[in-house]
Design a protein around this ligand. Structure first.
Ligand SMILES: C[S@@+](CC[C@H](N)C(=O)[O-])C[C@H]1O[C@@H](n2cnc3c(N)ncnc32)[C@H](O)[C@@H]1O
Length: 198
């Protein structure tokens, strides 16, 4: 099947200036990413829809909050998902955080290939960032339930977390949670929880 770098209507404005960079990243994921074990072998279309397009929705949510955010940290970034597409499609400073040295090494090389100066790859434990608070994003690293149980409630934190769309139990005096549902292609719906400490 031929690969099509499709973008749903919600993302067209975001990618208008930088589809070329996203395609370079997609190509890197499909080659270096798979060869070095950052992602498991998948079809080119799967990598585009599930990794690149899914990541773009994090950027869409953040860009709609503009003015409030200038630095975000992608915790448990793996192959730079969602941090790299966020950094390509916004002017935000993006910290890619992973505990594994090998991942940070490969991501640092990718950032040079992209000639990008707003994305930084940092080897660290994600929980240092969760404890500090701030603007955080994660895909497939932590559940919303664990976020609710881990965040310091005296720190100003917004955490965008990929979720399976299930209801979340939380204290509405302490947290505000918005569930976002979106399509990554014609058929498949994905979910992100936007969790704020009040
Ligand atoms: C399942 S992968 C998800 C990667 C990527 N976000 C994605 O959506 O494909 C989880 C990543 O979290 C990293 N990780 C696990 N524990 C961590 C920790 N305590 N701090 C930082 N990174 C961690 C792993 O090295 C791995 O790259």
């Amino acid at each position: 099947m031929t690969f099509e770098p499709q973008v749903p209507d919600w993302g067209k404005k975001l990618v208008a200036q930088n589809l070329d960079q996203l395609i370079i990243y997609h190509d890197w994921l499909c080659n270096t990413g798979i060869k070095t074990g950052l992602i498991s072998p998948k079809s080119k279309q799967f990598v585009w829809d599930e990794f690149v397009v899914h990541s773009l929705y994090f950027g869409k949510i953040i860009s709609e909050l503009q003015g409030e955010v200038d630095v975000i940290s992608d915790l448990g970034t793996g192959g730079g998902i969602p941090g790299i597409p966020i950094g390509i499609t916004t002017n935000l400073t993006v910290n890619l955080i992973d505990v594994k040295e090998k991942r940070i090494f490969e991501l640092s090389r990718l950032i040079k290939i992209l000639n990008n100066n707003n994305i930084f790859a940092i080897q660290d434990d994600a929980y240092n960032y969760i404890n500090k608070g701030g603007f955080l994003v994660s895909r497939c690293f932590i559940s919303s339930e664990k976020v609710i149980n881990s965040l310091e409630t005296n720190k100003n934190t917004t955490y965008l977390v990929s979720s399976n769309g299930e209801d979340l139990v939380y204290d509405s005096n302490v947290f505000h949670v918005k569930h976002e549902n979106f399509k990554i292609n014609k058929d498949d719906i994905r979910h992100i929880d936007v969790i704020n400490v009040k």
